[in-house]
Write a new protein. Structure first.
Length: 319
């Protein structure tokens, strides 16, 4: 999916033209994967464009940076404001995908140089549709269990959303696509279920919602948390636990969650049909509750929608 260019990118405190937001080929992050990032969505709502759970995404960005000892030279509220500016400056009235990133930039070369390279921070935003396809919302997607496992604890921290982690995701997702599946699921190092290459995973069995706990090499997804809160509110029992692979095959329902994937049903795993082979009733309830947050049908009692002032004055860098 080509990135539709927008006029501006926020880079180190200023809005600059899209094509000028470049980095040196010797930037540390390019060689050693030392960047942390977020994927955030803004939705068109009846009250204007709103960024979904911006605070939580920014907190996770700073948490990821802390884990990797990357000093972000901005305060969280400055990053929140950068996200709002990236949407407003580019007039993304129909909603957007927002990509904040902080990375060790150009300085000394070497895995752990004496002088830490400066940390650069950018926020880009552009219009973006469905990640796993439009039809998938009801019909569901076909997935496989990957031959690649997720990272083991004490190797690369799974809770940090760091660029390096996505080598694992690329292996899983690319293998799945080569084999004709929409996405791949990684197993944790103990052989139990972990998550999709870029999504958390939920399973429904006998009316109970199951998802792997945070110790199973998963990213602590913000959509995962959203769906769990919406489920609890609706009286659905949730168990965060170890899930054996074969439970994927005998589940009544299975679905992915993620900022990109939103709530996407899974209709088959390893060519075995899951439940009725399309979106099941629990998935439908949760998916509707989720999308209702943006249409207004689900009350935003948590203050998850951060409205963007599209008329905000632009602070574009001179020259
Ligand atoms: C590996 C991985 N797991 C889970 C998720 C879902 O997280 P979130 O709901 O915060 O987007 C993502 C996407 O960010 C991801 O890349």
């Amino acid at each position: 999916m080509p990135i539709p260019a927008t006029p501006y990118i926020w880079f180190n405190g200023k809005l600059i033209p899209w094509e000028k937001a470049t980095v040196h080929v010797l930037a540390h992050a390019l060689h050693y994967g030392s960047s942390v990032f977020e994927g955030v969505r803004a939705y068109e709502t009846p009250k204007g464009v709103a960024i979904f759970r911006l605070r939580e995404h920014t907190t996770r960005l700073f948490d990821s940076a802390k884990i990797h000892r990357i000093q972000i030279p901005f305060q969280p509220e400055q990053i929140n404001e950068a996200c709002r500016q990236a949407v407003a400056a580019n007039q993304l009235k129909r909603g957007a995908y927002i990509r904040p990133i902080a990375f060790r930039g150009y300085g000394e070369i070497g895995v752990a140089p004496k002088i830490d390279p400066p940390v650069d921070v950018a926020v880009a935003a552009w219009e973006w549709g469905k990640y796993l396809g439009h039809e998938s919302e009801e019909a569901g997607v076909d997935v496989c269990v990957s031959s690649w496992q997720r990272v083991a604890p004490n190797t690369i921290p799974a809770l940090a959303k760091a660029a390096g982690n996505y080598l694992s995701s690329q292996l899983i997702s690319q293998e799945a696509k080569r084999l004709g599946f929409a996405e791949g699921i990684g197993l944790a190092p103990d052989g139990t279920v972990s998550e999709g290459a870029g999504e958390n995973l939920f399973l429904v069995k006998d009316g109970v919602l199951y998802t792997p706990g945070l110790a199973h090499s998963v990213l602590g997804g913000i959509t995962r948390d959203t769906v769990m809160r919406l489920a609890r509110e609706r009286g659905i029992e949730i168990r965060e636990t170890s899930i054996p692979r074969e439970m994927l095959y005998i589940a009544d329902e299975l679905f992915f969650t993620g900022t990109a994937a939103e709530v996407t049903p899974i209709r088959s795993v390893d060519r075995l049909q899951v439940g009725i082979g399309r979106r099941g009733p629990v998935t439908e309830t949760l998916q509707k509750a989720f999308f209702g947050l943006f249409s207004g049908a689900t009350a935003d009692k948590w203050g998850w929608l951060d409205y963007v002032d599209m008329q905000a004055p632009l602070r574009v860098a001179a020259g």
